[in-house]
Design a protein around this ligand. Structure first.
Ligand code: HMG
Length: 438
């Protein structure tokens, strides 16, 4: 990994992007000033004196996996197209008794076990694979994990981007009251039509994050850059269970939006490109991160050479290569890979590039907290990926077809290796339970 002059500064020292003292002072000045005194763009909105960020992060994925060689054979393409051209080796496949709720609960459970629920006031569930047009999927998770009745629960959607919106909202809530904690869960299953060129870019995962004051892993910096543009590059109408996509246009839209969000981030006082140790991108396929990163490096006129630029994202792709696209979770899986690798130093800065088709992109940055390695879950995540059961192409095709069932009553076979099951549907009501009750 490339590391530029960041490690020398403690993340708690005041600096350009850490100027909490200055920021709080500006806020207090605003409070005592009359209403005619407007808030300058660069004045701070942070209300507390505590750093706010990600205290814990935990990953879950499907019980099954398919190697992309199987797909290449059916599609009649050279496997190199997937391994090199897309940068993907495998994709996670859900068992019939798994969905975004069981993945989300599996990801969040270790966080609840480690930290308890004291102070947990909010659960933000980000997904674009919603299972109900009305009820938030997080309410099912709330029961499965026995979360406090005094925690609000809501679902957020904007393609792959909404996890970042959730994280920013969580940071704002904790900044308002540092005694509060927010559980952010990103959970998705990426599904395209069988036989389409997008089929090799499916996958599934959930990443749960506990957002607190004085976090153990990462402090989220206050500056962010945003780019929104109405574009039909990827969408899923309500009547479809698979997404529609204009593949080439989606790549172009991603690059344009990343450019726009990065420009806004820099204009608002964000870090210089060369002051970032590692970048994490939304990864619909890992080569997309390479494309976007080279694109930003060029636009930023970096002093780094091409190998150094590529090194800034190398570690971030290791989990996504094996999981496939997990939509809202994908960016945070990239972050998990960087944290678990552990080669960045305390105080290093990570830039996060969050793209969601349609399209919204946000760039923000976070700084590694002292001793962050002690709070990662590297062994658990690697074991989870290694433990998936390989399925044949024939079995994968059956699972893909059965996912579409909208039967008002059905019982799912017991198959998951995860801690929670999607038991079935009774009178249009989805039933979930701990796997131990099967
Ligand atoms: P395609 O048209 O089948 O692939 O679909 P291709 O012909 O463009 O080939 C892909 C790459 O493989 C090319 O490299 C080829 O040269 C190379 P590139 O020109 O891009 O550098 N290649 C080979 N390399 C080595 N050995 C070989 C070989 N053969 C070819 N033998 C496409 C590709 C990505 C369009 C398709 O998979 C797709 O539509 N995927 C879904 C859409 C998608 O992922 N878009 C990404 C941006 S949008 C996004 O990120 C949002 C999203 O996550 C949704 C959300 O926000 O919710 C999708």
């Amino acid at each position: 990994m490339v590391r530029r002059a960041l490690a020398a500064r403690s993340p708690d020292e005041p600096g350009r992007a850490h100027g909490r003292t200055r920021q709080v002072r500006a806020l207090n000045d605003r409070r005592t000033a009359g209403p005619q005194e407007s808030c300058g763009r660069n004045e701070e909105r942070t209300l507390s004196n505590h750093p706010v960020g990600i205290h814990d992060l935990s990953v879950a994925t499907g019980s099954h996996v398919i190697g992309l060689d199987e797909l290449a054979a059916r599609h009649g393409v050279d496997p190199g197209k997937y391994h090199v051209g897309l940068g993907q080796d495998e994709m996670s496949v859900l068992a019939p008794d798994e969905d975004i709720v069981t993945l989300a609960a599996a990801a969040a459970q270790p966080i609840v076990e480690r930290h308890g629920t004291v102070g947990l006031r909010t659960v933000l569930f980000a997904t674009e694979s919603g299972i109900d047009q009305s009820k938030a999927a997080g309410v099912f998770v709330h029961r499965l994990l026995d979360l406090p009745v005094t925690a609000r629960v809501v679902e957020l959607k904007q393609a792959c981007y909404s996890g970042t919106a959730a994280l920013q909202m969580a940071a704002a809530l904790v900044a308002r009251d540092p005694s509060e904690k927010v559980l952010v869960i990103t959970s998705d299953v990426a599904r395209y039509d069988v036989g389409s060129s997008a089929e090799a870019t499916q996958g599934a995962a959930a990443v749960a994050m506990l957002v607190t004051a004085d976090p153990a892993l990462l402090e989220i910096e206050p500056v962010t850059g945003v780019h929104t543009e109405d574009v039909m590059d990827f969408w899923r109408p309500n009547h479809r269970s698979t997404a529609l996509v204009d593949g080439k246009a989606s790549v172009e839209a991603y690059l344009r939006a990343a450019d726009g969000a990065w420009t806004d981030y820099v204009a608002r006082g964000g870090a210089a490109f060369d002051d970032v140790a590692a970048f994490a991108y939304h990864q619909p396929f890992t080569r997309m991160a390479t494309k976007a990163h080279r694109h930003l490096a060029k636009a930023a006129r970096t002093r780094l050479d091409r190998d150094e630029v590529d090194a800034q994202i190398a570690t971030s792709t290791t989990y996504n290569r094996r999981v496939g696209n997990s939509y809202t979770a994908s960016l945070y899986l990239a972050l998990a890979a960087i944290l678990d690798d552990g080669s960045l130093a305390d105080g290093d800065r990570i830039a996060m590039v969050s793209y969601g088709s349609g399209a919204v992109c946000e760039v923000f940055s976070a700084v590694l907290r002292p001793g962050y390695r002690d709070a990662t879950r590297a062994a658990e995540t690697r074991a989870l990926l290694d433990a998936r059961t390989p399925v044949t192409d024939e079995r994968y095709l059956e699972l893909h077809r059965d996912h579409d069932s909208s039967a008002p009553d059905r019982t799912n076979p017991v198959e998951t290796s995860g801690p929670f099951r999607f038991v079935g549907v009774e009178g249009h009501k989805r039933i979930y339970a701990p796997a131990s009750e099967a």
